[in-house]
Design a protein around this ligand. Sequence first.
Ligand SMILES: Cc1cc2nc3c(=O)[nH]c(=O)nc-3n(C[C@H](O)[C@H](O)[C@H](O)COP(=O)(O)OP(=O)(O)OC[C@H]3O[C@@H](n4cnc5c(N)ncnc54)[C@H](O)[C@@H]3O)c2cc1C
Length: 104
Amino acid sequence: MAVKVLAGRRVFLIRRLEQKGVVLLPGVQYGGVVDEGLLIVTPDGKTRLLVADNIVLAAGAVPCDDLYARLLGTVKELHRVGDCVQPRGIMAAIHEGNHVGREI
Ligand SMILES: Cc1cc2nc3c(=O)[nH]c(=O)nc-3n(C[C@H](O)[C@H](O)[C@H](O)COP(=O)(O)OP(=O)(O)OC[C@H]3O[C@@H](n4cnc5c(N)ncnc54)[C@H](O)[C@@H]3O)c2cc1C
């Protein structure tokens, strides 16, 4: 799941990316990585090659709760808070940690 960017911050970030010459391609699908770069399928169904030497994947996040699974049943009380429940933002992690901390 992707971390949501607040609406106000999103406008600022997009403007700054555009000022820096970053080309944004909304609505594309990823067709695959090839030797020359990345294949994308545009919203009108056309396949395009984005020539690239390097590709950085930043396409969302999934929770990592291996430690929770390993500890489950081995301690009297166990809680999960923050991104290991679901990747969100720092405020959710602080809020949940605070809540659990007050309960125990
Ligand atoms: C690139 C990036 C940018 C972000 N920017 C923002 C932002 O601008 N604003 C915002 O609100 N949020 C942002 N976030 C999200 C924010 O960082 C997280 O929501 C927050 O850090 C979650 O806190 P957490 O304590 O749940 O997890 P984490 O901060 O990930 O802490 C978990 C800790 O547990 C440790 N750990 C994991 N497994 C084990 C194990 N098996 N044994 C021992 N230790 C383990 C990890 O090493 C880590 O130190 C961003 C995240 C990323 C990746």
